[in-house]
Design a protein around this ligand. Structure first.
Ligand SMILES: Nc1ncnc2c1ncn2[C@@H]1O[C@H](COP(=O)(O)OP(=O)(O)OP(=O)(O)O)[C@@H](O)[C@H]1O
Ligand SMILES: [Mg+2]
Length: 310
């Protein structure tokens, strides 16, 4: 029964979903997500205001893979949370399928940097548990969970508990869990950052394959320029805080892409030149905040009140 599922067929060979989607030029596909004039400020307990995002405008088409790149603290997670409906924009609009986002929804699922699996549940049960909200019978949940475990090449570990899996395998279970919910948009916040370079490379390859097979719309946040160039149809580079769109790059390289290829390296170098200015701005701001009041020397790691423990 499991082997007849369309998803398993996708995992085995060319996908009707992905192939059909790829055949349609990006600009002819419907707009899945539209952000207009999105800004967000946070007010802290001491009354200070941090403007995290300013006037963000972009669209994402169905089946597009968009990477958001930017220096630390520029508002990437805030942006993803607003799209997910976990946080609200201070001003501006977020439309998903033409409808205003007012809160979290099954159509938008977030996968975080360190995914949390329930330690007392097996890999399969960790996926099944999320499917309860979809109203599926127990048998149907198991079939579906197994289908998605197969998609991430972990069906042999269906009965393993999280502590019996490597970090990379746990992230694959988390990916399977997110995909099993069949969101229209998969939102990924630095999902592979905590992994070693080799495991990350394998997961890049798997994610590219899965994306081609399932036709999902993906918004992927990362610090890693090569990761963005390897994965994305389009890379959006944000400025340092407040995050604004600094530049967009369309990535037309053939897939699957190898992060060691000359083409990926060349594009990454071009993007780094743009991003470097922003990273330097962040460093300068941090140094200013940490400068010694008395000696006027910029010291990293010195507390602003210049307290001396001696
Ligand atoms: N709940 C909050 N309350 C107050 N300030 C916040 C809150 N969440 C985020 N911020 C501030 O908003 C800014 C953007 O934070 P955000 O986490 O979105 O950045 P980021 O680009 O995801 O950073 P990183 O790359 O380090 O993950 C930061 O200055 C942060 O301190
Ligand atoms: Mg973040």
């Amino acid at each position: 029964m499991i082997d007849k599922s369309p998803l398993v067929e996708m995992a085995k060979g060319p996908s009707p979903v992905g192939a059909a989607r790829r055949a349609t030029p990006t600009l002819s596909r419907p707009i899945k997500l539209r952000l207009t004039g999105v800004s967000k400020a946070f007010r802290s307990a001491n009354g200070n205001t941090t403007l995290a995002l300013q006037d963000i405008n972009f669209e994402v088409r169905e089946g597009e893979f968009v990477c958001i790149l930017g220096p630390s603290g520029c508002g990437k997670t805030t942006l993803l949370n607003i799209i997910a409906g976990l946080d609200r924009a201070g001003c501006g609009d977020v439309l998903c399928n033409g409808r205003r986002v007012k809160g979290p929804g099954m159509d938008r699922i977030v996968m975080f940097q360190e995914s949390v699996l329930f330690p007392w549940l097996t890999a399969c049960k960790n996926i099944e548990i999320g499917l309860k909200s979809k109203g599926l019978s127990k048998a149907a949940r198991t079939v579906k969970a197994m289908d998605f475990l197969r998609l991430v090449h972990l069906s042999k570990f269906a009965n393993a508990h999280p502590h019996e899996l490597s970090g990379g395998m746990r992230q694959r279970v988390a990916l399977a869990r997110s995909l099993a919910m069949e969101p229209e948009i998969l939102l990924m916040d630095e999902p592979f950052t905590a992994l070693d370079a080799q495991t990350r490379w394998i997961l890049h390859y798997e994610l590219q394959n899965i994306w081609e097979k399932t036709g999902k719309t993906v918004i992927f946040v990362t610090h890693n320029i090569r990761e963005a160039v390897c994965l994305a149809d389009r890379v959006i580079v944000l400025s340092s805080r407040p995050g604004r769109i600094k530049r967009e790059y369309k990535i037309d390289l053939p897939r699957p892409r190898d992060d060691g290829s000359v083409e990926v390296a060349a594009l990454s170098t071009e993007i780094l030149a743009i991003l470097r200015d922003e990273i330097e701005k962040v460093m300068r701001e941090e140094l200013d905040e940490g400068s010694c009041k008395e000696c006027d020397v910029k010291c990293v790691g010195v507390t602003p009140d210049n307290s001396n423990p001696k």
